[in-house]
Each structure stands twice: as C-alpha cells, then as structure tokens.
Design a protein around this ligand. Sequence first.
Ligand code: SF4
Length: 736
Amino acid sequence: MRKLTSGGGWQAIKYTFTKGRQAGGIWKLWKAMRSKNACKTCALGMGGQSGGMVNEVGSFPEVCKKSLQAMVADMQGAIQPEFWKTYSVAQLAKFTPYQMEHSGRLVQPMLYERGAGNYRPIEWEEAFRRIADKLKSLPADDTFWYFSGRSSNEAGFLLQLFARIYGTNNVNNCSYYCHQASGVGLASTIGSGTATLVLEDVEHADLVFLIGGNPASNHPRLMSSLKHIRRRGGEVIVINPVIETGLVNFRVPSDPISLLFGTKIATQYVQPHIGGDLALLKGIAKQIDEMGAADLQFLAEHCDDSETWLAHLRELTWDEILTKSGVSREQINDIAARYAKAKNVVFSWTMGITHHAHGVDNVQAIAALAAMRGMIGRPHAGLMPIRGHSNVQGIGSVGVTPQLKRAIFERLESNFKLQLPTSVGLDTLACMEAAHRGELKLGFCLGGNLYGSNPEQKFAGEALEQLEMMVFLSTTLNTGHGNGLAKETLILPVLARDEEPQPTTQESMFNYVRLSDGGPRRLQGPLSEVEVIARIASDTLGDAGAMDWKSMQDTGKIRDAIAQVVPGFEQIETIDQTKQEFQIAGRTFHTPIFPTPTGKVQLFTHEIPPLKGGENQLRLMTVRSEGQFNTVVYEEEDIYRGIDRRDVILIHPDDCRRLGLAQDQKVEIHSDVGLIRGFLVREYEDIRPGNALMYYPEANVLVARRADPKSKTPAFKGVVIDVRPLGSDSSAAAVV
Ligand code: SF4
C-alpha cells in the first residue's frame, strides 16, 4: 500500500463517513461526538461542558480519527451468547487485538474457571459474591489493583480508597508503562509532575520542540495548534529516529486552506539513533553555552547548582555527544541557533523519551535545556509531556499510585478517621514479578489490558496465570481476556463514559478538569464502574466501618471526598451544579517560583549511556500505528506509514543490504529475552539506519523487563535485536 504524503486531509474526512456508517449514520455519530462528555481517547482533552470536539481554547470542530474510533467501538452491538459457546479460551488466545476489540460490547458478567474450555455467563449477584468471598479470604497484600486512564476520577478515587482500607498499597496505574518517567523527572526538577503550561501557551509559542513522539497519529488535534504556530511564522523542531508523515505535512480537515494545500509542520527534522536523545539534548545545551546564549541570570536566580551543571556540559566532549546521539555537529548547531533566537519555547515529548532505562534522565535533561534559556515559569513557554489516555493524569492525581501524596494521606486519615496502610506498595512491574513468584493471589483491573501492555509477554502470561482470581471491569474484549488467565477469571461489563447515569470528571494533560454528563445507556447489562466498585467494597468490608460504601455509589459524594483531600481539587465539590470546569491550582507556572524545597529548578548531571548494539544488530523501538490507541487496534493497516499489516519489521534499505535481507522476506527476530519467527521485512527509507520499528504490542515479546530504576518504566525503545532470514524448515509464524 502507498504511504500517504500528508496526515489528516481528505482521507480523514472519508474515514469519518465510513465510521458514521458503522455507527448507524453520520447524524447519530455526530450527536454522540457532540455530547457533553470529555473525549474518551487521548489526554490532550476535548469536550466536556463545551460539548464534544471543543478544545481548551474553545476551538471547534476539533474532530479526530482517534476519538471517532473509540466512540464507534462503544457503539458496537452486544457480544451474543453464541460467541462464548463458539470460541474457547484457547481460540480467544489466538485472536488479534483487532479481532478482540471488534467482537462487540460486553453485556453480561463472564466467568472462566480453569479446566473449563470456555467462559460462561453468570449473574451479577454471583459475580459480586465470588469476588467478595475471595477478598475476605485473602491477606490484603496478596492482592493488587491496576487502573487504566479510561476511568473517571470518581471510579479511580473510590477503588484506590477501597484497596487501601481493605489493607494494601499495591495500587498502580498504566502510566508505569508510559509516562511515569515524565512525572518523576518533572517532580525532581520543578517539584510538580505535570505540564507547566496551558494549551493557550502552546498556541503562542514561536518554537515547539516535539521529541520522541508522533502526535499526528496519537494526539491528532495537537496538529491544529502546531498549524497556528507555523502560520504565525513560528517553528517546530521534530526529534525522532523515524520521519513520520503527519509531522512533515498535515492537512487539518477543519481548515480549508490547510485541507487544500497542507501545512508544513517540521521546520527541522532531526533523526537521532534510538536512545540518542540524552546525548543530543546535552549537545544542544553545550552549544547554547558555547554560543553564549544561556540565560545566566535565570540560571543564577531560579536554578540550584547551575555552576555544577554548566561545568558538566563543558566537560562533555563533542566526540562523545556526536557518537552517542548519531546527530551531526552542523545539525546540533542549527537546532541551538533556532533555540537561541526564539522568544517563547515549548518542549514537548512522548514515549520516545520515557520508554528508556534512562527515561527520567531524559526528562531532566529536557527540563535543564529549557531552564538554560529561562523557558520555564513564564507565559507561552514551558514543559509539556504529551500524555496518553484521556484520564491517566486524573487517576494519578486522585491517588492511584502505590504511595499516596502526603497531603492526601494525612487528610484521608484525619477527615475520615481512617488508618491507612503505610507499606511501600508495588508498582505495575513489581506486581507482575511478585505474581510470577506466586506471592499475589488476586488482581483487579479497572479497565486496560495489563497482559497486552507488558514487556516479556511470555513472562507476563505466566505471572497472571499464577493468580487465583482476576477481575476485569471492561467495555470490550482485549487480548488480556484470552491470555494469562487466572484460575478464576471474571469479566464485569461496565458502561462507557458517555453512558454513565451520573456525571463524572476527567483531567487533561494541561491540568484542566472537565465534567462529563454521561448519557443514556446503549445496551442493557453493563453497570456503572462506581456502582460495581461500591458494591464490591460494601460486600467485602460492610458499611458499618469507616465508610458507608453503598452511599459511595453517588458520584457527587465521591467528589465531596476528593475535594476534601486532593490539593487543587476543591472546586470539584460543586462542579455538577456550577458546571464550572477548572484549572487545577498550583500546577501552571507562569512565574519562576517552583514547589521545590528551595523554590528553584533543580538541575541534574548524567552519564550518557553508550549506544546499544553491535555491528550486525539493530536497535528496535515499538510503535503505535495510525489505526491504534495504546493496546487497542482499530485498523490493521498503518496508512501514514503505508504498511498494510502488523506482523512486520521496518528496516532501512541500507540495513537490509548489510544484513542480507530483502523486502517481504520472512525473518526471525531475536532479543535477549524473546524470539519472533515468521514476520516480514519491510524496507523503510524513513527510519534512521541502524534502527528498526515494530508494532506494539505484538513486539512486546522482545522487550525485556529491564526498567528505568527511577521510574520503573520498562525500556520499550532501544531493544537490541538480531534479524536473520527464516530457515526453510520453519515457515510458521511464532513468538517464543
Ligand atoms: S486529539 Fe485527543 S482529546 Fe482531541 S479529539 Fe483527538 S483523541 Fe480526543
């Protein structure tokens, strides 16, 4: 299939009509998209009380394929009873992510008991009884509680509170496999773990660094803001080992001029090696210093230890920087020159930065580079991690982390007369490892695909199979419902955000809290997440103790509690009456005063890790396709990259020649932890030679559990692989 020459455009409009047909008509889809609910997909944030397709600066219509895909998936019909009789769990284990997602909506609690061939339907009462009985029989620390960013603040807060009162801190969320390094890196440098700016700041910047990400595919409406910047004469510097079509040229469908003629996005496109960002960031900083372009006054007044940091830059050799980054001195000089002349600069990044064993170091280096020219703590400039799921930031804010923030812990204990556990609690990877050792007995997943998002999937499957019980609260099926099944696995069907009977709230990556009205249920059977959680809590702990759990089925009551204990969330108490969505206080930095112990930016020095891999190896990064969101695959083809299937490895033609590989050749791909056999080679000019691309989650089998020690995020990027022609005796595709 042919690669597109621009992102967005007419194909996106045509796709909208196709999706409209799938949803039962364009008008029906339009009404669903315009409802007063926060967009269900990415954390850029859209919708809420302004109605769908409106962003935080009021721009309309901001419609994107990702939001349509999620909406249409929720508008599917119900999975029919025959489905469960037809497909055994052994067959479900072979379903692709696409097939699972497109099987329909879950409408009845389903139970799988090891030894039975299939899931079977059970009544809600039986499901509640089984879960409560099991929880009552276990020590609390034998359980873990995993949350995806799909859920509301209310459901997230309620479930983590239940888990802690039940007695465990084994509470974590999906950000441990994506942006945890951003939170840890930012908190260590500026004392706050989220974006320092608001969307309006981005629109007024005159230079945006876009590092290690592809928002044209994954956060499509950010492209509107980049278009504004380019129209005003601003610049966008893209740093990515792969040239992504939509970051070169994007046709914003709602803008006739952009739609017709396209908008050039990248003013400079830089392709470091995978894992070369830290060296590149230091190189830019070193060049800024050598040019005399550093803001020495800002460094002296608003940063600690700036002398040490500058000395560190001066000690680094250009030889080391150029070798480890893979970027030429001329290009680094060019980037630094553009940075030096810009007035308002935004640094944004995604998982190309965080998915490394030195992910926190990367984030700290970005913050230091910004501080070097005083680009934090002022309007129209700052730091912007581009977060993933629509409420991943919100669930972290309301307490879904192993350790509660001190203020939340203390207020929960004093306001509600609680005694909460003080154990360290397990992060996501630590839970998987404890489960593999047989130390955990029950897992509870509020959304997400824990199995699918894990590195070393063989290990992940084995770990989850050790559990005595797994409980999923899900809207549709995913590969985690067919693989790594616990002895007793329950799937509880829940309502989507825009079907909730009561209002809920979500937080965007700009720290903006939206109110979602909910709406009429599309199907009979699923229940509200808070109803399910409150019922399980009530059945397990009773209502006579510290909490009257039954009353917590009221999302207003949960918001009262959030307002009391979560700093910055005071306005949430009355949000369903006032309809006043709000910016969380204390997180946007328009003046250079930071919540660190000294009120100043902390600057860190780092060893730059060597580039990985030998002469005949490649560095692999796992990526999402155009038709995908996290582990959910909506379309098998990747139209932006011109790739028609997912069982492929994308390699530069020079590397193909070097390694004796040819287009469409079947290969086996080895890493130090896994093997994939039978995938096809696709020659791909746009990847930096020496590096390769495969789709996530299919390639996760090759990714080791080695994690960044500071953020506990596994290194999904920079995996060293050997690619060899497949022997003629083993033609079947396999993962080992
Ligand atoms: S960019 Fe993100 S928040 Fe905006 S419509 Fe698309 S998926 Fe939703």
